[in-house]
Design a protein around this ligand. Structure first.
Ligand SMILES: Nc1ncnc2c1ncn2[C@@H]1O[C@H](COP(=O)(O)OP(=O)(O)OP(=O)(O)O)[C@@H](O)[C@H]1O
Length: 682
């Protein structure tokens, strides 16, 4: 790695630090008023919550809106040493016991009223009705079809909108894609139906040559695109897409008949598209942006209502999605319309370039979908990523502007907004870790992005610092949705081979076949710790080593603190017994040795993110309302975040850093025998 860059802190920030500028005074006055208001609210809410709700929950947290309400009682990894709200400080030993919770708190925790336990999926299943119902944050219950997305493409009319939530969202599922087109020309062409994907089974042995989404029915996982095709568009036109088995984004139905083409009732015209002829079923679709809008910011967070305010401002325009379309009538643009400036990085699934759009002069990032591992077709992982990113619009999610095709017939590129760095690269160049107020700014943006994903039924499944992009305006955006997928309720078995090892939740490591949004929250806990300490929290070399590191720090879980733990396949493995949560040793309230510091409230949030029992692990929504974000030091404004020379103006492919192999690499290493430990379940 090149020598570390100095953090370039803007002069205005120095002013803020000295507390002398008028702006900073206004800022603190404003924040103080805001805090006072929130404390008042909190006091009244606190009284409401006092029965049966243990310490550590922010008084600002709104009543839970999830249908089943188990309390978030504390497990060994989640028991805080105080709420940060006036609770007397404990002596170290006592604190250690409380943080750990195994001997003491866990028993209490085990008494948690089942009626108050948090349910992860915001979906309820009505036993008398095969349809699922989702409780919308504002508008109440919505019907959900668990096997969701259908993309209806009317062959050969080459018009496809993969763009807006309103067009992508299907009948019941947030991720449905139901595109109908005027298909007068569609007669006489064969029907190609891409079937519902079998859920990913628990993987036994995976072969790297196969799609990593594939299990027994690997063939069902693919969308075949013959090699000779000119483009994705062309492939679709020629009926080369044979099938999709995903119940979600990748599920494609291609019809050729006019009559079957349209779900016409309530259809509207896609707006903002280059081509406005595309009719989509508006009535049935879930409007992601509307939902984001409905999920009004009111009442659950700090708000930035001035330019100088903290970073929690939700830009109002993200609710007004610019509907991005692949206009298949005109075809995709080709990559020739971009001038290559440099290669940024090469991941497992794609190579990312910094390029200039010759038409607009805009600097953008191009991610080339790697096809070589997918011998027979267009990788479903990429199709999912493209669909998700085209349909989502949020300030904390990287924007995909369009899809372009390579001049060499077969390559597909995603055109993304360009970001100067990723968090991993930034941390490698920093000499000092981020301060608490900077971490708050980053965590808030991250949590908002993850909340948006979870509200829209998507699990990211690979949150890590290299998948979090940053720019020099202090903005953070989540990228790399190659492993992400739609989720629903009731839980179904999914593959555990997700999430890069260091950020992988214990339930995945222990072989749980069902999991939900909590896996992303664990990753956020690891990221928060990494931001504070500038190093990975649990850098295991194998699954067992990873579990060992987690247990040594957070304490060995047991049935008391994690009901159901003993039934997990990995629970039979004997690990050394660690009876205390030692996380506080890594993040002291005050450090005289230069180690990372974290307030009681911050530590409470970290513990809640790193809670063993996924049912009790804090949700993104609740984390956003955690008191840590309301206490001093307040979250730093994005405007005052440190800036760095643009790392992505360099070719970063050959810079080798300590990194955790991602799930596909991990599998490859296992197949090659280069990981001594073959994992728990191989
Ligand atoms: N929009 C963007 N702007 C700038 N750089 C980007 C952008 N998207 C990705 N990158 C860079 O490229 C790297 C790899 O991107 P990405 O994670 O999407 O690819 P991948 O093949 O899926 O990687 P992985 O092996 O981590 O799964 C990122 O870590 C980041 O440094």
């Amino acid at each position: 790695m090149a020598p570390g860059y100095e953090v370039v802190r803007p002069a205005r920030e120095r002013g803020l630090d000295l507390g002398t500028s008028r702006r900073s005074k206004e800022y603190y006055h404003h924040r103080h008023r805001d805090l006072e208001r929130r404390r008042d609210n909190g006091r009244s809410k606190g009284r409401d919550l006092s029965n049966g709700y243990s310490h550590g929950r922010s008084p600002h947290q709104p009543p839970r809106r999830r249908p089943s309400g188990r309390t978030e009682d504390s497990g060994p990894s989640e028991v805080s040493s105080g709420s940060g709200s006036g609770e007397p400080l404990l002596k170290d030993k006592d604190k250690e016991r409380r943080e750990n919770g195994v001997p003491g708190a866990s028993k209490e925790d085990a008494k948690t009223s089942p009626s108050k336990k948090r349910k992860h999926s915001p979906v309820t299943r009505d036993r008398n009705d095969s349809k699922l119902q989702a409780r919308d944050a504002v508008s109440g219950i919505r019907e959900i079809n668990p096997v969701a997305a259908e993309i209806l493409m009317y062959h050969p009319h080459p018009l496809l909108d993969l763009s807006s939530p309103s067009s992508i969202a299907g009948v019941h599922s947030p991720m449905n894609l139901d595109v109908s087109v005027d298909s007068q020309k569609a007669q006489g062409h064969e029907e190609i139906r891409i079937m519902d994907e079998q859920e990913e089974e628990y993987p036994t042995t995976r072969n790297i040559l196969k799609s990593r989404w594939a299990d027994a029915d690997v063939e069902e996982e693919k969308v075949f695109v013959p090699k000779k095709r000119v483009s994705l568009v062309d492939s679709i036109e020629r009926g080369s897409i044979k099938k999709v088995t995903s119940p979600e984004l990748g599920e494609v139905l291609v019809y050729n008949s006019v009559g079957s083409s349209s779900r016409s009732s309530g259809s509207g015209v896609v707006q903002g598209s280059a081509n406005r002829n595309l009719e989509v079923d508006m009535g049935d679709s879930m409007d992601v942006d509307k939902e984001a809008d409905d999920d009004s910011p009111a009442g659950h967070r700090l708000y930035s209502d001035s330019e100088s305010d903290v970073c929690r401002s939700r830009s109002p325009d993200h609710t007004l999605s610019p509907h991005r379309c692949i206009n298949m009538l005109q075809g995709c643009r080709t990559v020739d319309e971009f001038e290559r400036l440099n290669t940024i990085n090469e991941g497992t699934y794609g190579i990312v370039f910094r390029v200039r759009d010759k038409r607009t002069n805009e600097i953008v990032a191009l991610k080339k979908v790697k096809m070589e591992k997918e011998k027979e077709g267009f990788p479903l992982t990429s199709l999912r990523e493209i669909n998700i990113l085209l349909s989502f619009h949020h300030p904390s999610i990287v924007e995909v502007k369009e899809v372009v095709v390579g001049s060499g017939d077969k390559d597909i590129f995603m055109v993304m907004e360009y970001m100067e760095h990723d968090l991993k690269g930034v941390m490698e160049t920093m000499k000092q870790p981020y301060s608490q107020s900077e971490v708050k700014c980053l965590m808030l943006q991250l949590l908002e992005g993850v909340k948006y994903l979870h509200d829209n039924w998507v699990l990211h499944r690979d949150l890590k610092t290299s998948n979090i992009l940053m720019n020099n305006r202090g903005e953070l955006k989540i990228c790399d949705f190659g492993l992400s997928r739609q989720y629903g309720s009731p839980s179904k078995p999914y593959t555990q081979l997700v999430v890069t090892l260091w950020y992988r939740a214990p339930e995945l490591l222990l072989g749980a076949k069902e999991y939900s949004t909590a896996i992303d929250m664990w990753s956020l806990g690891c990221i928060m710790a990494e931001l504070l300490s500038k190093g990975p929290l649990f850098n295991g070399k194998s699954e067992i080593d990873q579990l060992d590191k987690i247990f040594k720090t957070l304490g060995t879980p047991n049935e008391d603190i994690w009901p159901g733990y003993s039934k997990l396949p990995g629970a039979t493995i004997k690990f050394g017994k660690q009876t205390f949560n030692r996380l506080r040793h890594k993040f002291r309230a005050v450090s005289f040795t230069g180690g990372p510091t974290l307030s009681e409230a911050g530590f409470d949030l970290l513990n809640r993110l790193l809670t063993y029992d996924p049912e009790k692990r804090i949700s993104a929504d609740d984390a956003l309302n955690h008191e840590w974000f309301c206490e001093l030091p307040l979250p730093r404004s994005k405007d005052f975040m440190p800036t760095f020379p643009a790392l992505n103006e360099q070719d970063r492919r050959f810079k080798k850093h300590m990194k955790s192999p991602d799930p596909l690499e991990e599998q490859l290493m296992k197949e090659q025998g280069s990981i001594a430990d073959h994992g728990l379940f191989d």
